[in-house]
Design a protein around this ligand. Sequence first.
Ligand code: AHR
Length: 323
Amino acid sequence: MKRLICLILALILMTGCGKQEPEQPEEETLIVVGISQVGAESDWRVANSESMKSVFTESRGYRLLFEDARQIQENQIIAVRRFIQQRVDYIVLMPLSETGWDSVLQEARDAGIPVILVDRMVDVEDDSLYAAHVGSDCYAEGRKAVTWMERCYRGGPVNIVHIQGTPGSTPQLGRTGALEEGLAAHDNWNLLARLDGDFTQAKTYEVMSRFLDELPPGQGIDVVYCENDNEAFGAIEALEKHGFRCGRDVNVICFDATRNALKLCKEGKIALAVECNPLLGPLVEEIIQTMEAGQIPQKQHYIEEKQFTSKTITQQMIDSREY
Ligand code: AHR
């Protein structure tokens, strides 16, 4: 028996069996990008995620780690920490709301990983905690809507229902801020209600229906100011169920101007759609390529945006819409 064991051991040594070469990790040739997305709450958000995924592909030289936070900021913080542990090359963050980012951004900076903010902004003491921001000027978008209302209503009372987006997020703060200024500047603008639609169709339908159920008979509504398209879809559904004719009794305003909103604009159900462009993937890539070339990217990139009204929209505008 002893001789047999010795023979087997000798054979193992001769054939090199049991000798494990330490595996060499393959060298990463791709640029690793970790994206923390807010969720999939709106058509805009879906188009924004698609834009990122179509740019950061392996065939274009990237490895993408994509995390959907399902509208929970804590999930985003966990995702950013995971990206830091994974030692990604860049972190792309679409922050749910503006506050609460200082510590995790500091951790990314300590790890030497640049953070690019996309779409929404963060409210931090030290703006060197992020490399660049690319997105919309949401206050300017709100100003466009308020200017349109000023032109549309020149006298008499204007009864307004305001449906807000996710509290504390950049689009909510900017679009609400512009409307608040409009309300303060016009004695004849009456705010009937301020409701939280959280940028979703379902929640807006629910809160708007409840509000309309309790509306005193004969109370008119002139404007429903929705802070995104999906809120407008929910509001229109609720208004129509309660007998309001959108575009005749009441003017619905929204932000984003996705294809579905433009269609409703052409039908006259949306009076004004202010554009908020979600196709930000190519701009984020430009920022990354600037840094790859050893240069400092421009800190703030606001994109040019248009607006559409039921009076000026054309079928060609709808057909050429990419999102
Ligand atoms: O931050 C952009 C906003 O968030 C869009 O207006 C909205 O549709 C989205 O959910």
